[in-house]
Every structure is written in C-alpha cells, then in structure tokens.
Design a protein around this ligand. Structure first.
Ligand code: BES
Ligand code: MN
Ligand code: MN
Length: 456
C-alpha cells in the first residue's frame, strides 16, 4: 500500500493534467459533427496505454468508432484481467445550463467539472494510471488487457462483433469495469447488477398537414393529445406498468435479499434535497433503492410535436413523437419487451391517428455473483483503500455489453465503480471528485493483487 501511495503522491499533478487533456476532447459519439474529435480521442488513449507500458496497442477499426486495445502479458500461468471502459461521452446539451464549458475541465470545490469527468473518462483513465503505477513499481501481479471502446453511449453496436471475432485475443479470467457508482465516499459500495434496457420511439400521425387550431381544433384528433393520453395510460394508479405481460418472468427477490438491499446507508431526505423534489415517486410497495435497482421502469426520455418556438402559434400539429425507454431486470428479455411495447401501443391507439413504433437498441440485465474470487478481490481492495467494507448494491444504469461478455467470452464482470449517482452523468455540470480519482487509482492495484493471490 505504501508503494502505491508514494507513486500516486509523486505523480499527482501529472495524473490530473493527463485526465484534463483527455477531457478536452469532445468525443461525443451520438453526433457525427464530432467525428474527427472522437477519432483523435482513440489515438490519445492508445498513446497513453503505450506510454504506461502496454504492448500490442492497436486502434482497431470497426464500422463505427474504433476500439482501443492493449495488453501486458507477464506470464501465461498468471490470471488475466480484461479492463473495459469507454472514451466516448454523451452530448453536452443543454449547453446554457453548464456553469463552465463542458470540454474545458474546471475544478470547483475539489470536483472536476466536464462532460465525461465521471462517465467514463475519469473512471477508465484511473485504470491506465494504476497500470502505469504497477509497471513502474514492478508490482503488476497478473496479466492485463485493455479494451476501451468509443460507442458505449450509442449502444455499442460494433463492440459485439469485435468481441465475437476476437475471443482468443480477449481471453481473460474476469472483466473489470469502473463505470458505475458508489453510495458515497464514506459508504463505499460495490454494484452487483446492471439493469437491461429497451429503447423505443413512437410517432403519432394525425391529419396530413399542420392545421389552424381554431378552424379544425376540436374536430380532428390532436396527435400531441393522443400521444400524451397513451403515455399517461402506461402507468396505473400504483405506478405499475400496464403493458400486458410486461412483468412476466421478473425475478423477485426474497425478503432477506430485499432487507439486505435496504440496509444500505441511504438518506431519503438528502436524496430529495439534492434533486429539489418534495416527494419521491414510484411503484407502490417498493422503496427508492428497490425502484432503481431491482424493479423495471418506463420513462419518457423526450417528447415533441407542434410549435415550440418563441411566442405563440395556434396550430394543431400533424405529428407528435416520443422516445421511451424501459429499464429491465433479470427475467426480462429486451427484444420481447420491445415487441410487447409495440403491440400494446398499436392496440391502444385510436383510429383517429396512425402510430408507428420502432425499436432503437436494447440490453440484457446482468447480475454478478458475490461469491467469486474476483468479487472478493474487489471487496478486499475497497475495504483496504477506504478502511471500510463495501456494501453490495444494485445499480440502476445499464452497460448492455456486459451480458455479452459472459455469452461470448464465458467470463463474469466485476463492477468496481467510483462515481456517485449525484455526479450529473448525462446532465449539465457532470463532475467527478478529485478524491475519487486518486482513491480509484489506489484501489485498482489492490484489486489486481488480491485477484492474483486468491487465484492461486
Ligand atoms: N456508465 C453508464 C451506466 C451506469 C451509470 C451504470 C451509473 C450504473 C450507474 C453508461 O455509460 C450508460 O450511460 N449507459 C446507458 C446505456 C447505453 C445503451 C446508452 C444507460 O444506462 O442509459
Ligand atoms: Mn458509462
Ligand atoms: Mn453513460
């Protein structure tokens, strides 16, 4: 531990400067206008992996953005850890809500503000620096492989193919990912699961053109109204989702498991204060922790139609649209759920409009076993670095590719995230605590150490 602390202390400023350099690239995968910048980011990551001591570093081309690969194979008899992360980020919009520009990292109150600070640049880069540390101090206790992709925020379309075509190169004993959250720095936690996802789009078409709302309003169905009515009907009075068969197969937790989950130190008042909401909301019969961890949900991500410009325009829009996503839990299949959603919307749409329902991407839920060597290694590493045992929690977010790692490579994933749910992921003013960044760099070598020890 002292070796680790000394190295981090000695290279503190450079570790931060390099992360800032990485954060200055606007690597937004969703928007083609950033293409050149996304590609430059991949090269930057490859250069830093090389500089840290990785071999066979390659920027692997795909039909979309490249995957950066690098490895250090010390000895084939040692266990191998495959580190996964993503160098792409979410779009920074709405820009006017940022206090400082999203791609000019700024420190305020000990926190780095920038798009990608936590998700996932600040987190995957800890692994690059921890690797450098282990190489320079000659303490790398296992083999290590890096796979850092550039399309996570848009559904990892090309990673699946890359993984299935490179099963030999990616052969490892465990996947290690830092792209999730902890409860707090005082209450370290380890996520044991990720939810799945089904992402849909609905288009409601009314009349063949926009109409004068005085001349036609009241006599022709307004697609915006119809869309809102349909969306509102997707939850009942207990906030259960009303799509027939939606909950079929959902794995319920035992009373014991639910109790363990709810024992996690979680302060509802603080949660409400942080979000400036008077009351929380959700499915009857479940706590906030359960609603975001073990229960499926349905959310409108965006809704539009008609006139949204300045001033007023009296118009009955011809069309209205919504993007709707559902978070899924073990027992649910995203393709099946996408079909159920489509059928249901089509069945409740009135004849006065036409609806078109399309599926975007999806993802399978994942639960990691807590009795594995890798989970135990992460547990001990956090315990040693934080001086406190981590609490197992279920994360609300999704990393769809994790289920595929198990399918294609036959290995489990450990989710050792150091972010906080309140770090404004995907929101304006995304941040990452400098303390978490260094804490992560200290914890990661301990994971490798314990994983190698326990694998013997
Ligand atoms: N890092 C997040 C996932 C996450 C965040 C998991 C916090 C647990 C806690 C990841 O980058 C992400 O945003 N995933 C997307 C899914 C993807 C298909 C766009 C998500 O969860 O919405
Ligand atoms: Mn992420
Ligand atoms: Mn994300």
């Amino acid at each position: 531990m002292q070796v680790i602390k000394n190295y981090v202390e000695e290279h503190r400023q450079r570790f931060l400067d390099e992360l800032f350099e990485l954060l200055r690239f606007p690597s937004v995968s969703a928007d083609p206008k950033y293409k050149g910048e996304v590609l430059k980011t991949a090269d930057f990551v490859a250069d830093k992996l090389k500089a840290a001591g990785a071999e066979h570093v390659e920027v692997c081309a795909t039909e979309g953005y490249p995957i950066v690969y690098g490895e250090k194979m010390k000895d084939p008899t040692l266990p191998t850890v495959l580190v996964y992360g993503h160098y792409d980020v979410q779009p920074p919009d709405p820009l006017d809500l940022w206090h400082t520009p999203p791609f000019e990292p700024t420190v305020r109150d000990g926190k780095i503000y920038a798009r990608g600070a936590c998700d996932d640049k600040g987190q995957f880069y800890m692994h690059v620096k921890a690797f450098e540390l282990m190489m320079r101090t000659e303490t790398l206790p296992c083999n290590i492989k890096f796979m850092i992709e550039g399309e996570e925020e848009v559904g990892s379309d090309n990673l699946g193919k890359f993984v299935s075509q490179n099963t030999e190169r990616l052969k490892a004993d465990v996947v290690l990912i830092s792209d999730t959250s902890m409860l707090s720095m005082e209450n370290p936690s380890l996520e044991t699961g990720l939810r799945g996802l089904a992402y849909m789009e609905v288009e409601v078409q009314g009349p063949n053109r926009d109409l004068h709302s005085g001349v036609y309003g009241g006599a022709v169905a307004n697609p915006a109204t119809i869309l809102c009515q349909m969306i509102a009907s997707l939850h009942d009075e207990n906030n259960h989702i009303t799509i027939p068969s939606f909950y079929d197969g959902v794995i319920e937790l035992s009373a014991e498991e639910r109790k363990a989950l709810n024992d996690a130190p979680f302060d509802l008042e603080e949660y409400k204060n942080d979000l400036s909401v008077e009351e929380v909301w959700g499915e009857k019969g479940y706590t906030t922790i359960e609603r975001t961890g073990i229960r499926p949900t349905l959310e409108v991500n965006g809704i539009w139609g008609g006139y949204t410009g300045p001033g007023a325009k009296t118009v009955l829009p011809a069309k209205a649209n919504a993007k709707i996503s559902m978070r899924l839990v073990p027992g649910q299949d995203w393709k099946k759920i996408s079909d159920l959603f489509k059928k249901h919307i089509e069945s409740i749409a009135p004849k006065s409009v036409k609806v078109k329902v399309t599926a975007h991407h999806g993802g399978t839920p994942y639960v990691t076993p807590t009795d594995s060597i890798a989970f135990q290694a992460a547990f001990r590493a956090i315990e040693e670095a934080f001086g406190k045992q981590p609490v197992p929690t279920r994360g609300g977010g999704s990393i769809p590719i994790v289920a595929l790692f198990e399918q294609e490579l036959g290995i489990k994933t450990v989710l050792m995230g150091f972010g906080l749910d309140s770090d404004n992921l995907h929101s304006p003013n995304e941040k990452y605590d400098i303390f978490n960044y260094y804490k992560g760099i200290e914890t990661i070598p301990l994971f490798h150490k314990y994983f190698a020890e326990l694998s013997k």
